[in-house]
Design a binder for this molecule. Structure first.
Ligand SMILES: Cc1cc2nc3c(=O)[nH]c(=O)nc-3n(C[C@H](O)[C@H](O)[C@H](O)COP(=O)(O)OP(=O)(O)OC[C@H]3O[C@@H](n4cnc5c(N)ncnc54)[C@H](O)[C@@H]3O)c2cc1C
Length: 427
């Protein structure tokens, strides 16, 4: 065997790369993680701005994800949980839909919202039922279609679908077209049904920070890799910090960065997988425009969807007081990059928020505006949530694009890559 610096080199310290390193460490292999950015987390990052915590794009942690339950100390994260419901701005005014179990006080308002009809409820129960009852594997066995076609076929065509579900899911998936796999969406909705998501006390980046803290060999940050070459017994990884030689390599980069690592190498060329994008505006406000802990959707356009650029918004500090300094408030607003108004300017977003909350936004200050064209990989039907991860004899790939576009998918994919690598190194 040629001399090597480490057993496995992992390129990318997002959730997939970190989980891969953790699993390899548990099997007794030496793993070196190289990360281009100046900190770990990839798409799960948090900025501290004037005492506010602004995640890089509004996102939430669902404690029901099996990977999170298995591998994360959620108690240590101090999850601050959203209310189990949504406020919806409709053409007739503000309506609330809340879980009667969690918010019995909202039961009457929910019933009188005008958004519930028995046909939609029955159709959605049929549509979700098998996935709820038979766990995640059931979704793989169900014939797949686009989200939009699948809901139509199930008979969910009323306002609960159009105003609430479509608007909610567009924000969650960064996709207003409904062209993702229905089976993928069912898996995500199952997690929402099993637990209410929240935000860690120290921001979403506390999740990858916890994962990185358990690595004996610290992640080498600010170390972009520009080439990977493979010989029969080793893989050489060329980075800004020099050459690392390993027995195997795992490319744990996002889909948009994968082509650059495989171009001009002996590895099979990887095309950039399409991704959906969104933008998040973060505002500081002296007063909260509402005390609600629900996500607020705008479905005030006749026929469904928002009347302006903002699809959803929330007073984050109502749910997560740790995200704002005492006496101040933090508001997020999300726009979608697949819409012509996805890059609306501050004035347009403020006007829209003023309408959605029914208040003036003059005293609000912009803290940050995150434009994230690479939020989630497109997941068209049929869902392939265990796609191949071995690129060549000693090089593997992992990330949410090889499983499901989610925190869960990224972690599972990283874990699966580590198991595959362990298998070939044991041979
Ligand atoms: C705004 C937003 C909201 C989201 N909301 C949710 C949500 O609510 N729930 C949910 O489940 N999921 C959500 N997601 C998706 C989730 O964050 C991702 O699925 C997951 O973080 C992907 O992890 P990954 O490790 O696969 O990839 P990434 O996080 O993209 O990690 C790849 C890493 O590789 C590094 N890298 C790239 N090229 C190189 C190179 N040449 N050399 C070294 N390093 C390199 C990158 O810097 C990055 O750190 C959201 C994502 C965004 C952006």
């Amino acid at each position: 065997m040629d001399s090597v610096d480490t057993d496995v080199v992992i390129i990318g310290a997002g959730l997939a790369g970190l989980q891969c390193a953790r699993r390899l460490q548990r099997t007794g292999l030496r793993a070196t993680v190289l990360e281009a950015a100046d900190t770990v987390g990839g798409r799960v990052r948090t900025e501290r701005l004037d005492g506010f915590l602004c995640d890089r794009g509004f996102q939430v942690l669902n404690p029901a994800y099996p990977a999170v339950r298995a591998w994360i100390d959620t108690a240590a994260l101090g999850l601050q949980t959203f209310g189990t419901g949504v406020d919806v701005r409709t053409p007739e005014g503000m309506r609330t839909l809340a879980s009667p179990l969690h918010h019995p006080g909202h039961a009457l308002r929910t019933l009188r919202s005008g958004l519930l009809d028995t046909r939609d409820l029955a159709a959605l129960a049929r549509w979700m039922g098998p996935t709820m009852l038979r766990a995640t594997a059931a979704s793989r066995a169900t014939r797949d279609a686009t989200l939009s076609a699948s809901l139509d076929a199930a008979g969910a065509t009323g306002r609960l679908r159009r105003d609430v579900l479509d608007t909610f899911l567009a924000g969650v998936l960064a996709d207003s077209t409904g062209q993702n796999s229905a089976n993928y969406v069912r898996l995500l909705l199952r997690s929402f049904a099993l637990a209410t998501p929240g935000l860690p006390r120290e921001g979403m980046q506390a999740l990858p920070a916890q994962m990185a803290a358990s690595l004996r060999q610290p992640v080498r940050v600010s170390t972009p890799v520009d080439a990977v070459t493979e010989s029969p017994r080793t893989v050489s990884v060329h980075s800004s910090a020099g050459l690392v030689r390993a027995r195997a390599a795992v490319l744990a980069v996002g889909p948009q960065d994968l082509p650059a690592l495989t171009t001009g190498s002996s590895l099979p060329q990887q095309a950039a997988a399409p991704m959906h994008g969104l933008t998040t505006w973060w505002f500081a406000a002296p007063e909260p425009p509402t005390h609600s802990t629900f996500l607020r959707l705008d479905a005030s356009r006749e026929g469904g969807g928002p009347a302006g650029p903002v699809w959803n918004t929330a007073v984050i500090s109502n749910t997560a007081p740790s995200y704002a300094p005492p006496g101040q408030h933090l508001i997020q607003a999300t726009t979608l990059l697949d819409r012509p108004d996805g890059r609306a300017d501050e004035a347009a977003v403020r006007t829209d928020l003023g309408r959605i909350y029914g208040t003036s936004t003059r005293s609000w200050e912009v803290l940050a505006h995150h434009v994230l064209p690479h939020t989630l990989p497109a997941m068209p039907p049929p869902l392939v949530d265990r796609s191949p991860q071995r690129l060549s004899a000693r090089v593997f790939v992992c990330g949410d694009h090889r499983d499901t576009g989610s925190i869960q998918g990224a972690m599972v994919s990283g874990d699966r890559a580590a198991q595959a690598v362990t298998g070939i190194l044991a041979d």
